[in-house]
Design a protein around this ligand. Structure first.
Ligand SMILES: Nc1ncnc2c1ncn2[C@@H]1O[C@H](COP(=O)(O)OP(=O)(O)OP(=O)(O)O)[C@@H](O)[C@H]1O
Ligand SMILES: Nc1nc2c(ncn2[C@@H]2O[C@H](COP(=O)(O)O)[C@@H](O)[C@H]2O)c(=O)[nH]1
Length: 298
């Protein structure tokens, strides 16, 4: 072997490491489709624009079974009807195959259509630990023109939380009174634990003054706001990937393992409901995501 030349086993080890890394990336992408962090159409777009990427290297069979409603039998029937060979990779599909696949996906699993900005009431929801609180706090700090609604809750304050600033901390009797006197725009029991609700009066006066109001609430609350105020702008905050969501939840360190498992189960359900929302913002960067949400203000 010439001096300076790498021994072949070094190249083999490097190649095998690259293959393992690529397999992991493809598995993560599959998980993102299964958990609905990204749509199948989005994965297809990535494969087309970067055929050499992990998305491009994904086999059509892996891609189809990542879609929650598709098992192996259905996958084979879809491939036969679209006349696509099961050995194809997404980045290697021909033009006809891409067109028929895209049309098929749009018919069966349509992507939510973006709607125009609608009203001054913005609702920010999304799965646990996606960063709703962080993004809302950034908007509060940088956009004084937007009112961040302060919710009432029956949970106890955490260290550093101030009554009237972070929440109105109330007991069960007071929460019942707020409901029965019609003082809440919406309310829900969140994570099967404590009750949370949005006081109506401050929102109504801010909207009457022409201000924009931001609610950072859970999915059940967002649905109630849609009923009460159909013009409200519903924004779903998405994590960059499922793995990143799990890491944020674990990294925050505020829940034990049992509670984390419960929240992640709810998160899967919530991600599956993202089609109900008017806008979808990926929280890969707090300042950018906050700017996107704030830009919806009139
Ligand atoms: N863009 C981001 N990049 C990296 N980490 C982030 C980002 N946004 C938020 N985080 C971190 O993720 C964790 C969860 O954020 P946060 O508590 O704001 O989530 P949440 O959606 O309000 O959660 P919950 O609904 O459970 O109250 C925090 O540790 C936060 O610092
Ligand atoms: N339906 C509502 N959900 C709310 C409201 N205020 C906050 N929340 C949601 O609760 C969880 C947990 O919050 P935490 O501060 O205890 O971690 C989080 O998902 C919030 O979005 C509300 O008024 N109504």
């Amino acid at each position: 072997m010439a001096e300076g030349q790498r021994p072949p086993e070094v190249d083999r080890v490097a190649a095998s490491r690259r293959a393992v890394a690529a397999r992991r990336e493809r598995a993560a992408l599959k998980r993102d489709v299964t958990t609905r962090v990204i749509t199948p159409q989005e994965l297809l777009r990535r494969a087309q624009s970067h055929p050499e990427s992990p998305a491009g290297a994904m086999r059509i069979t892996e891609f189809l079974t990542a879609i929650p409603a598709v098992g192996e039998g259905k996958r084979d029937r879809i491939l036969a009807s679209l006349e696509i060979s099961p050995v194809k990779r997404l980045g290697g599909l021909g033009v006809r195959q891409r067109v028929v696949l895209r049309r098929f996906l749009d018919e069966r699993w349509p992507e939510p259509a973006p709607r125009d900005a609608r009203s001054n009431l913005i609702v920010l929801a999304g799965p646990t630990a996606v960063g709703k609180g962080t993004v809302a706090a950034h908007i509060k700090a940088h956009h004084p023109e937007i009112l961040l609604s302060v919710s009432a809750t029956t949970r106890a304050p955490r260290p550093g939380e101030v009554d009237g600033e972070h929440y109105f901390f109330v007991d069960d009797a007071e929460f019942d009174r707020l409901i029965s006197s019609g003082e809440l725009l919406e309310h829900a029991t969140v994570h099967n634990a404590f009750r949370y609700g949005t006081p109506k009066a401050p929102i109504e006066s801010a909207l009457a003054e022409g201000r924009t109001v931001l609610l950072e609430i859970d999915l059940q609350g967002a649905r109630q706001v849609r009923e009460a105020a159909p013009d409200a702008n519903l924004v779903f905050l998405l994590p960059p990937s499922w793995d990143e969501l799990v890491q944020r939840l674990v990294g925050r360190g505020t829940e034990g393992e049992e509670e984390r498992t419960r929240r992640l189960k709810t998160a899967r359900r919530e991600l599956a409901s993202q089609g109900e929302f008017d806008h979808h913002v990926v929280n890969d960067d707090v300042a950018r995501a906050a700017a996107e949400v704030a830009a919806l203000a009139h």
